[in-house]
Unconditional design. Structure first.
Length: 105
């Protein structure tokens, strides 16, 4: 069963207005890196969000211009949600690996 007939329809769908570039990047069919590369990119993004949250908290503490308590809390929550998601994915990967190891041939 092939779903290649849906690809032209998917290309016709316009992305949401105002969507960030991060949410729009999708690996083309048949191309892209390995699972390890994708996981490494996701870990880098989580790390970047945590660094951004740290910078906002530091800026709030030092009363830097342009940093409000609201922006610091938003950055902190983004980092927290991203970390929780990555931790859940890590748990699923470990369970899948353990299941493969238990499989008898």
């Amino acid at each position: 069963m092939s779903i290649s007939g849906i690809n032209p329809l998917l290309q016709q769908v316009n992305p949401l207005q105002g969507a960030s570039e991060k949410t729009q990047k999708v690996a083309p069919q048949g191309e892209g890196g390995s699972f390890g590369d994708m996981l490494q990119d996701a870990l880098k993004e989580v790390n970047d969000l945590q660094n951004e949250a740290n910078d906002n908290i530091e800026g709030l503490t030092l009363k830097k211009d342009g940093i409000t308590p609201h922006s610091a809390m938003v950055a902190l929550e983004k980092a927290d949600v991203a970390f929780q998601l990555m931790n859940a994915i890590r748990g699923k990967i470990i369970r899948a690996y353990e299941e493969v190891i238990r499989t008898q041939v």
